[in-house]
Design a protein around this ligand. Structure first.
Ligand code: ATP
Length: 357
């Protein structure tokens, strides 16, 4: 049973006035067999959180549990985790067979026949059986990454911990490996924590995603949940590509008044009761071009994507993006009108950034 419990985890580096709080009171649980993606901008504490789970960093405070076992004070090799890093660092002088089997030779009492069997099974699973005799320098980046994964899989650990394992691959291969890795993880059913700064990767791969910023956990949820019901403006802005359109609006009774003459009368004004000012958000795909009754925006660039067009717009001093049907093709320089459904409008507290709708 490898449910993971991260309990009020805190990690500081350095001491006194030089101390850096890398991870601040982070709490979450990963279910047995689940694929959880830790995502956030550079420096937000993802890697440190992962290294604490691995036992590569001592925690400053908080506890870590695997199943019912408190592993907080256990060393890395006592935790039954296998890690895959961005720099997969294969042993250059060893062939693929030895690279995959090396950890097993060191850490288990398996016979060499048994090790061979497990290495071959793993290689078959990863589609690299015919490379077992090759040295790393004879392999492509994608093949090397598969070998690194093989090294983790062959150990049959309770937990996989992966830190940006695909970031050295080109875009096409990365997209392909995402799917493969996700399928493999579901097949193996090994609880996995996967770190990335790439929200597209997080959305595509995670059963759930945990969004971090500035050492703190912002939200944990299924990808669509985090996308559609972000807990705050940071999450709304970080998740989604192109990103959500955000602007400040004054609250005038039941009407929101924003930049460039934006005005919108709420059907349900209860959300903004007591607010003078709020932050409003509309996702690019929720912006509709209309011929009348909408708000004015100026078109700066039209980018045809084949099945749809991306429109780059300005509303007063705010840049916006809209994703519209490919039949909608205004000219750069034109002023057009947009509308949206109130259901698709996000509202945030202008001071705290917390979601109010
Ligand atoms: P990235 O995506 O850039 O790797 P990250 O989200 O994984 O970023 P961490 O590497 O966990 O972030 O770093 C979190 C914070 O802790 C940063 O401010 C970083 O400078 C600091 N930090 C990390 N490791 C150490 C260390 N060994 N000593 C001092 N500070 C550290």
């Amino acid at each position: 049973m490898a449910r993971i419990n991260v309990n009020t985890l805190r990690k500081e580096f350095g001491e006194g006035s030089d101390a850096v709080v890398a991870v601040e009171d982070v709490d979450f649980q990963i279910e047995d067999g689940e694929f959880l993606v830790l995502v956030g901008p550079s420096g937000c504490g993802k890697t440190t959180t992962l290294r604490c789970i691995a036992g590569l960093e001592d925690v400053t405070s908080g506890t870590l549990k695997f199943g019912d076992t408190d592993v907080t004070d256990l060393r890395a090799r006592e935790r039954d985790v296998a890690m895959v890093f961005q720099n997969y660092a294969l042993y250059p002088h060893m062939d693929v067979r030895s690279n995959i089997g090396f950890g097993l030779k060191l850490s288990t009492k398996l016979t060499s026949a048994e090790i061979d069997r497990r290495v071959e099974e793993t290689a078959a699973m990863l589609g690299i059986s015919d490379l077992l005799g090759d040295k790393p320098k004879e392999l492509s980046g994608g093949q090397q990454q598969r070998v690194a994964l093989g090294r983790a899989i062959v150990r049959e650990p309770e937990v996989f911990l992966m830190d940006e394992p695909l970031s050295n691959l080109d875009a096409k291969l990365r997209a392909q490996m995402r799917t493969e890795l996700q399928e493999l993880q579901h097949e193996l059913g090994v609880t996995t924590v996967y770190v990335t700064h790439d929200q597209t990767e997080a959305m595509a791969m995670g059963d759930r995603i945990a969004v971090m910023n500035d050492g703190r956990l912002q939200q944990v949820g299924r990808p669509e949940e985090v996308y559609r019901s972000p807990t705050n403006e940071f999450v709304a802005n970080f998740i989604g590509s192109p990103s959500i359109n955000l602007f400040t609006a004054e609250v005038n009774g039941d009407t929101l008044v924003g930049p460039g003459g934006f005005s919108y009368t709420l059907e349900n004004p209860s959300y903004v009761e007591g607010y003078d000012r709020i932050r409003a958000g509309i996702r690019p795909e929720d912006m509709r071009l209309v011929s009348e009754g909408g708000n004015n925006v100026d078109v700066t660039v039209v980018e045809p994507m084949g099945n749809e067009n991306f429109l780059y717009l300005t509303m007063g001093d705010i840049d916006m993006t809209a994703r519209v049907d490919s039949s909608m093709r205004p000219q750069a320089g034109e002023t057009v009108q947009f509308a949206f459904d109130e259901d698709a409008l996000y509202l945030f507290d202008a001071e705290s950034g917390d979601a109010i709708k």
